[in-house]
Design a protein around this ligand. Structure first.
Ligand code: AMP
Ligand code: FE
Ligand code: FE
Ligand code: ZN
Length: 289
């Protein structure tokens, strides 16, 4: 069994990378990917330590990108996974990531200003203390809960942080196509994560969007994910066959930040991803341009 989608405390997960590796080995997983949001810091940290016997560590990243649709006035943020199964990410890719991280820091400063203008007592330092190498909205949500402004993380998003909520501030993110292009150029494999979320938000159907994504260079789809019902898994396996996409899968483990989702096994044991999934992804991986 493998798990190709986890977040460490280098982004918004609660486990240090070394603990993800330890727990993966204890579970008997054959491979685990660290796929943090917009940073390779968690993978890099784990890769510096010796690995437990029998466990493969996969270099991944989950990038936030903007997807434009004719039916929408504003582009929507869509995640994009990249797996580096042959070549590790290039220096160019890392430099490009640093730009992305800068746009996030700028957004964080504006988000603090907006919250303060709404009367919320919050500082960048408090939020960054939780985010360390990558501060995101989940860390803002934690501070809002801790200070009693909202009863829960979800309420923090609903009231303040969601795209439709009162403190939302936009930020630059690369287009989905650019994300795909950069991953491919660096020898990575671009994969569409948790397609159920896209399905939920797009009225004009998955078919057209997926077709466009494939034209842009997406090579895989995360059919197995802790949020997918068995019916959805079946649907995404069908789509994978129709578009000649590789299948990927992972729990989207975030440690205590998402208590219902377990490493390897997902939600209530709904995942058991075979090793062959990784072998196939590796076969399809490009080499660096
Ligand atoms: P950021 O990349 O800093 O803009 O934060 C994005 C993250 O916030 C996502 O990966 C989700 O984990 C979380 N998030 C965004 N919107 C919502 C929402 N409406 N409800 C709960 N979590 C959300
Ligand atoms: Fe996350
Ligand atoms: Fe995601
Ligand atoms: Zn994720």
């Amino acid at each position: 069994m493998i798990d190709l989608h986890t977040h460490s405390d280098a982004s918004d997960g609660s486990y240090p990378p070394s603990r993800i590796v330890e727990e993966a080995a204890a579970l008997g997983l054959e491979a685990v990917a660290i796929s943090d949001h917009d940073t390779l810091a968690g993978y890099d940290q784990a890769a510096r330590e010796p690995l437990p016997a029998g466990l493969e560590l996969v270099c991944g990243i989950e990038m936030s990108t903007k997807l434009r649709r004719p039916s929408r006035p504003r582009p929507k943020t869509v995640h994009l996974l990249g797996y580096f199964l042959g070549d590790l990410p290039s220096t160019e890719f890392r430099i490009w990531l640093a730009e992305l991280q800068e746009s996030r820091r700028d957004r964080n400063r504006r988000l603090i200003a907006k919250l303060q203008s709404l009367g919320v007592d919050i500082t960048l330092e408090e939020v960054q203390a939780l985010g360390r190498s990558l501060t995101g909205r989940p860390h803002f949500a934690k501070v809002l809960v801790r200070k009693g402004y909202v009863p829960s993380i979800q309420a923090a998003f609903d009231v303040y942080l969601d795209e439709s909520a009162k403190a939302y501030v936009d930020r630059w993110e690369p287009s989905f196509a650019e994300g795909v292009e950069k991953i491919l150029a660096s020898g990575g494999l671009p994969v569409l994560p948790h397609p159920n979320r896209l399905l939920r938000h797009e009225r004009d159907g998955m078919d057209q969007i997926l077709g466009e994504m494939v034209d842009q260079g997406v090579r895989g789809i995360e059919a197995y994910h802790s949020e997918h019902t068995p019916k959805e898994v079946g649907h995404f396996l069908d789509l994978a066959a129709r578009y000649d996409l590789a299948i990927s899968g992972g729990s989207d483990f975030h440690g205590d930040a998402k208590p219902g989702v377990l490493l390897g096994t997902g939600t209530n044991g709904n995942l058991s991803i075979p090793r062959e999934v990784l072998d196939r992804l590796r076969d399809l991986s490009p080499s660096r341009l």
